[in-house]
Design a protein around this ligand. Structure first.
Ligand code: PMP
Ligand code: GLN
Length: 418
């Protein structure tokens, strides 16, 4: 064909950090602290929920309701009505999607027009940027910055209220936030969310709140839903993930909870693309939520057990990194930890990466030469701020103890010059 094949919207977004670095880790059979997925099975009750769903009769293998399997929208509405104190209508206020990814996709497709500005807080989960580009929106970036030199905690990273306020214009349609944040692990405090909420209300702007790590907070930090602040329910799109909630990232069940007058536009996009996500996986997530509803707040709840386990693994990874002279920023939530590598001197000796940023070169070197996979943090920044933050790499700690031990051995050997 001599004519241009691709649509313009595919231009400039063909590189993808997950595709590239997941393949690199596989090619070099590296110990993988890169991509964010548990390398252990979901708990038994979650696996059983899936088996029971698959064995649950003919209808479990056929189409279900378009916008969410009835049992799942009901269990999400019941569960989150209790958490938020807001009466959530299962049929109007909930949309079940193919992972949180598709929830985000439907939000941008349904709510952002060409030329609309979308404020994105950095560091950000990379697809916010590309999804805004695909609809012809204009990304406007504002970074969280460490307010102390040599920051040791994600709590030190804050938004400047003046800087954020200066980003709102008459064209601003939405702001995207992510708490607990990937990759930093920041858990926004109520006052910080209130500052964002005040600006959204003042400028009549939507808030897309990605809360896929909502159950993972440590050291007494509490996850707060911006939708629960006064005046925010009717303008907030809250996104969750069954994969992150129940350690089953391959199931790809996600959801949106919002006011029906917003959800209805997302339904329009949704019914014209995938129509619904797999019935048995939805049934399984519904069953798992029903169990959690019964056990909520008790020590048997998975929403208590998973953070307790990860708190331990976070400590293990942090001590290992410190013992080899690497300084982590301790995350208040989520399952990632970023590490300052500016003091590490490495001769990359790799011409194939010479035009890439420092963290990309470093991660490739660590994967290829030492067999340990991580993720470069500048992937979570806009081109205008990437250079400022290209001396950090991200480690994932939702991994087996044995995987963390294997990573520790690699780091020790390297630092001892072996
Ligand atoms: N948002 C964030 C912040 C993520 O880290 C991820 C990756 N799990 C997603 C959304 C996408 O989630 P899912 O796997 O449910 O599509
Ligand atoms: N959300 C996961 C992470 O941050 C991975 C997403 C993906 O692989 N596309 O590691």
């Amino acid at each position: 064909m001599s004519r241009r094949i691709h649509a313009r919207r595919t231009e400039g977004i063909d590189k993808n950090v997950w595709v590239e670095f997941t393949q690199l880790a596989a090619d070099y059979k590296a110990v993988n602290l890169g991509q964010g997925f548990p390398d252990f099975s979901p708990p038994k009750f979650v696996q059983e929920a899936f088996c029971d769903a698959v064995n649950g009769g003919a209808q479990m293998h056929q189409y279900t309701r378009a916008f969410g399997h009835p049992r799942l929208v009901q269990s999400l509405a019941t569960f989150f009505s209790r958490v938020t104190g807001h009466e959530i209508d299962p049929l109007e206020d909930v949309l079940v999607t193919v992972g949180a990814y598709q929830a985000l996709f439907c939000a941008f497709q349904a709510l952002i027009d060409e030329g609309d500005e979308v404020i994105i807080v950095e560091p950000f989960f990379d697809c916010y940027q590309t999804m805004v580009k695909m609809v012809g929106g204009k990304e406007v970036y504002v970074p969280l910055r460490p307010k102390v030199e040599g920051s040791l905690s994600s709590a030190d990273w804050t938004l400047s209220a003046e800087e954020l306020a200066s980003k709102f214009t008459p064209r601003t349609k939405a702001i995207v936030i992510n708490t607990p944040n990937n990759p930093l692990g920041k858990v926004y405090k109520t006052e910080e969310l209130q500052m964002i909420a005040d600006l959204c209300i003042k400028h009549d702007v939507l808030c897309i709140s990605d809360e896929v790590y909502e159950w993972l907070t440590y050291d007494g930090n509490k996850h707060v839903k911006i939708a629960s602040l006064p005046g925010m329910w009717e303008r907030t799109i809250t996104i969750g993930s069954g994969g992150k909630t129940f350690s089953a990232t391959g199931w790809k069940v996600g959801w949106v909870i919002s006011s029906g007058h917003i959800i209805k536009h997302m339904k329009t996009i949704f019914q014209n693309c995938v129509y619904h996500c797999p019935t048995a996986a939805q049934e399984a997530v519904a069953r798992a939520f029903e169990r959690e509803y019964e056990l909520f707040g008790s020590p048997e709840s998975y929403f208590q057990q998973l953070p307790a386990m990860l708190h331990h693994r976070r400590g293990k990874l942090a001590s290992c990194l410190q013992s080899v002279g690497l300084q982590p920023i301790m995350p208040e939530g989520g399952y990632f930890m970023i590490v300052d590598i500016s003091s590490v001197k490495v001769d990359f000796n790799d011409d194939s990466t010479k035009d890439e940023s420092y963290d990309y070169r470093f991660v490739k070197w660590l994967t290829k030469e030492k067999g340990l996979a991580t993720i470069p943090v500048s992937a979570f920044y806009s081109p205008e701020h990437a250079k400022e933050f290209d001396k950090y790499i991200r480690f994932c700690f939702v991994k087996e103890e044995a995987t963390l031990d294997a990573a520790e051995q690699i780091l020790r050997k390297w630092r001892q010059g072996k």
